[in-house]
Design a protein around this ligand. Structure first.
Ligand code: CA
Length: 227
């Protein structure tokens, strides 16, 4: 899941970014409204975290402009305690949630996951495919009740594929969700992650397989339906 964090306080931004990356999110950071708009034009995001007091304007103008363009990306407003009015108007303008600063990063991560679970193609927090289950809150995958140890990126890849189980998910969609901007991504990083995940699933006895749709993307299919 890819997040855009818009916050001009560099220390606070870095603190939040690190916590979310540890939690398995890919995070891009913008310090100004202008930069946020550039990021939003260049990539697609699953969630925007938005500070309101930005050097070149009010974060609420970004909420307004995203909603006027009918962009459905969830927005979580991060506001100071004296910004209670702003918080209400933020929700009026189409923000989805708010958090009053200062807040614990664990609380922020939990709110992010809750927003990402909302309807709009996104299922609940526990996903199932064959004998494979994935709890996106607990960051845990299991094959027939046995824990499957996966590094964060492979777990995210598995989650994206499980959310669209039985369908081919485009490479670009996967890459967009898994890697943040400016991150060194070798051309075959996704292939490498997919083949490691495929081996781990097979070794654990999962009855789903990860198929490569050459040149298009990847799909998670139940093993008896693979031909
Ligand atoms: Ca600020």
């Amino acid at each position: 899941m890819r997040l855009l964090l818009v916050e001009d306080n560099a220390r606070f931004s870095e603190l939040v970014r690190r916590a979310l990356v540890t939690d398995g999110f890919a995070v891009d950071t913008a310090q100004t409204l202008r930069a946020a708009q550039d990021f939003l034009e260049a990539a697609s995001y699953d969630l925007v975290l938005l500070d309101l007091g930005l050097p070149d304007g009010d974060g609420l103008t970004l909420v307004k402009s995203l909603r006027s363009r009918a962009l459905a990306v969830p927005i979580l407003v991060m506001t100071a305690r004296d910004g209670l009015d702003a918080r209400v108007s933020g929700l009026d303008l189409g923000a989805d949630d708010y958090l009053v600063k200062p807040f614990a990063t664990a609380e922020l991560a939990a709110r992010c996951r809750a927003l990402l679970r909302r309807p709009g193609g996104i299922l609940g927090s526990v996903l199932t495919a064959g004998n494979l289950t994935l709890d996106s809150n607990a960051h845990e995958a299991r094959v027939a009740d046995k824990r499957l140890e996966l590094p964060p990126r492979e777990l995210s890849l598995l989650e994206l594929l499980m959310r669209r189980s039985g369908q081919v998910v485009a490479r670009a969609t996967l890459e967009n969700s898994l890697y943040s901007m400016g991150q060194e991504v070798s051309p075959n990083a996704l292939e490498a992650a997919a083949s490691r995940l495929r081996r781990r699933l097979a070794a654990a006895g999962a009855d789903v397989t990860l198929h490569t749709a050459h040149g298009i993307g990847y799909a998670l299919m139940s093993s008896d339906a693979k031909d």
